[in-house]
Ligand binder design. Structure first.
Ligand code: GDG
Length: 457
């Protein structure tokens, strides 16, 4: 029995070195990090969009000791524009995160979505051998389970939706609500991060399709799909080891020495779901209210460039940079500036050094499927405080974080004060409990658990 993984992003991307040698470099991100070991273990095929060097259609990976085959789909410029930026990121992404006002529902991009989903499904059918398990990932590929099912009625197909599933009233704004649900229900097992998302999905199936739901199942057209709430985890030990390595400790010390203040940290893709302007406003309000904190606290915001071809992401960047300028202009004095803003991705070592240097981590999305940064910080920090939005999927599993409503700027400013004043033993006790829970359901348990349940269907 082999495994077929299907995702938009590929696990390794090809890079030409200075000597023109081709290297396959692991992609950044939790999903690919979790599934790569699982696929190395089971053997099989990974199907993804070959973004760089699309002329390479297949490769055996990992490069030095191949265990599985990566099949790379070449998408045309128009497909990237309409399927990826158009439908996935301007219709499904904002809708699922409750940003109905930012959606652009267009028949032309929907058609491209259908066509590209079909290409992924066809590649999967071609790779399939009797007994294989097929695991499809995320909102870009929601129609793939049904399309595979049409060709392989007896295959075992799993699907994981990595972003929030919104309330049925929001979901019903999607003009292709029936088609999307029907596409997903081609799977035997459908995973989401939280029980709430699963419940909202079932309600949508009832209202939109008239499907029957019972317990953790949905019955639709003589087939039963089972739902599972299984939040993705992280490699806890990897973060602990990295965080306590001499290089990272030294880098963390450097950050502290440079800033010479307490450090509040934000790390996000620059996305309107992440609540970055609200966080900046809250810090501004905090400095207004607590003049004694001026010169003694810095907010370090790492914003990783994302989806820059979409207008609303460019607008967000301008908004954030305007706010940073306004807040720094208002409060800067005697060589201290309140906000340090980094607009680029950093290496994993630098990232963990920042987690390690921070006194307070601000994870304040307006809506987030789960949020891995919150978990990574909890695994890496020595005695920091996590402030976490109640609208991140991870909040269910992290009750020891200071939970906030990111829409409440005053409440967020008050949480900042509480975090900065928290006694050391309380901070350590909270982190300890968070860490224990992270270890009980880490990344490998997540992947292995889903695969085992799928195998048992
Ligand atoms: C989607 C859902 C869900 C970030 N900056 C740098 C960097 N990162 C890494 C982090 C983390 C990952 O990227 C971001 O994951 P998140 O979960 O925080 O957010 P999304 O990208 O929106 O992910 C989300 C996730 O899928 C998994 O299901 O949790 O809700 O939206 O791992 O460490 N890594 C490096 N440099 C950076 O500057 N090296």
């Amino acid at each position: 029995m082999g495994l077929i993984v299907i995702s938009n992003r590929e696990p390794y991307a090809p890079k030409r070195g200075e000597d023109f040698d081709l290297r396959w470099v692991p992609s950044i991100g939790g999903l690919t990090a979790a599934l790569d070991p699982a696929l190395q273990h089971a053997g099989g095929t990974w199907i993804a969009w070959g973004e760089e060097l699309p002329e390479i259609s297949e490769v055996d990976l990992p490069q030095d000791a191949p265990r599985y085959r990566l099949k790379r789909l070449r998408l045309s410029e128009a497909e990237v524009r309409d399927f990826y930026y158009g439908f996935s990121n301007r219709a499904l992404w904002p809708m699922s995160h409750y940003f109905i006002g930012r959606t652009k529902y267009q028949t032309a991009t929907w058609r491209a979505y259908v066509n590209v989903n079909r290409r992924f499904a066809e590649a999967a059918v071609e790779s399939y051998r009797e007994g294989d398990l097929i695991w499809v990932h995320d909102y870009q590929l929601a129609l793939v389970p049904r399309m595979i099912r049409g060709a392989l009625p007896h295959a075992r197909i799993g699907f994981f939706w990595h972003i929030p599933w919104p309330s049925a009233e929001v979901f019903r704004t999607l003009p292709w609500d029936r088609e999307l649900l029907d596409g997903m229900l081609g799977a035997d097992l459908i995973g989401m991060h939280t029980h709430d998302y699963v419940r909202y999905f079932q309600i949508a199936c009832e209202r939109v399709l008239g499907a029957e739901t019972e317990g953790d199942t949905v019955r639709w057209q003589d087939r039963v799909s089972r739902m599972v709430a299984r939040p993705i985890g992280i490699e806890v030990e990897t973060f602990e080891e990295l965080a306590t390595s001499p290089e990272v400790e030294e880098a963390a010390d450097r950050i502290r020495r440079t800033l010479q203040t307490q450090i509040l940290l934000g790390v996000d893709r620059l996305d309107y779901t992440k609540g970055i302007p609200e966080r900046l406003e809250a810090f501004d309000a905090f400095l207004d209210r607590h003049p004694e904190a001026r010169g003694r606290v810095t907010l370090l915001q790492i914003a990783v460039p994302s989806r820059e071809r979409v207008e609303s992401y460019r607008q967000l960047r301008a908004q954030v940079e305007g706010l940073v300028g306004r807040i720094n202009g208002k409060h800067t004095r005697d060589g201290w500036s309140p906000v340090q803003y980094i607009y680029r991705g950093v290496s994993r070592e630098e990232l963990v050094a920042h987690y390690r240097a921070a006194d307070v981590m601000l994870v304040t999305p307006l809506r987030d499927g789960l949020n891995l940064v919150a978990k990574e910080f909890a695994a890496s920090s020595r005695d920091g405080v996590l402030i976490l939005s109640r609208f991140a999927g991870a909040a269910d599993e992290m009750p020891e974080a200071l939970q906030v409503n990111p829409y409440n700027v005053d409440g967020l400013a008050a949480a900042l004060l509480e975090a900065l004043q928290m006694p050391l033993d309380e901070k350590k006790a909270r982190l300890q409990r968070l860490r224990e829970r992270l270890k009980q359901s880490d990344l490998h348990a997540w992947a292995e658990g889903f695969i085992q349940e799928l195998a048992a269907t």
